[in-house]
Write a protein that binds this ligand. Structure first.
Ligand code: 5GP
Length: 140
C-alpha cells in the first residue's frame, strides 16, 4: 500500500503539528508519546517515508535502531527505570495504529504493569517536563 502522507507522524515530521521533541538528526526524530504507557514513553521515527520495517533499507534501519538505543539509555537514566521495553509493530494486525514506522521506548519498573496502549492523553506540562529530562541527556 502507498505511504499515507497525512499520517500523524508525517505531519509531526513536516512541522504541521507540534510534538515534544527530544532528539533530531538528518535521518531521525525522537519525541514523547502523547498517550504514554509509562512516564517517559518516547517514540523514534525515521525521516524517510516508510510505513513499516519492510520499507526500510539496512542503512536506514541501522540509523533508527542506533538512535533508539541512545534514547533508551537516556530514558533509563532520566526516569530511574529498572528496565526498558522496546516495541515496534508492523501492520494493523500486529497492533500498529500510526502507519509510519517507529520504535517505542518505554521505561519499566519492577512489579508495575504498563498503562494501556494509546488510550489516555498525558498533560502537556508533564510531557514537556519529561522531554526536557531526555533532551538534557541526549544533547550532552
Ligand atoms: P503504534 O500503535 O502505531 O505502535 O503506536 C502509535 C503511538 O503513537 C501510540 O503509542 C500513541 O499513543 C501515539 N500517538 C498517537 N497520536 C499521537 C500524536 O498526535 N502525537 C504523539 N506524540 N504521539 C501520538
Amino acid at each position: 500500500m502507498a505511504y499515507d502522507t497525512q499520517n500523524i507522524f508525517a505531519k509531526i515530521l513536516r512541522g504541521e503539528i507540534p510534538a515534544h521533541k527530544v532528539y533530531e538528526d538528518a535521518h531521525t526524530l525522537a519525541f514523547m508519546d502523547v498517550m504514554p504507557q509509562s512516564a517517559g514513553h518516547a517514540l523514534i521515527v525515521p525521516k524517510t517515508q516508510a510505513e513499516n520495517i519492510f520499507d526500510l533499507g539496512t542503512d536506514e534501519l541501522q540509523q533508527l535502531i542506533t538512535v533508539t538505543q541512545r534514547v533508551a539509555r537516556a530514558a533509563r537514566q532520566a526516569f530511574n527505570a529498572d528496565g526498558i521495553t522496546l516495541m515496534q509493530f508492523n501492520g494493523e494486525a500486529a497492533g500498529q495504529t500510526v502507519p509510519h514506522i517507529h520504535f517505542h521506548v518505554v521505561p519499566r519498573y519492577a512489579g508495575k504493569a504498563l498503562q494501556a496502549h494509546g488510550r489516555s492523553m498525558e498533560n502537556n506540562t508533564v510531557l514537556a517536563g519529561h522531554a526536557e529530562k531526555l533532551r538534557t541527556l541526549l544533547n550532552q
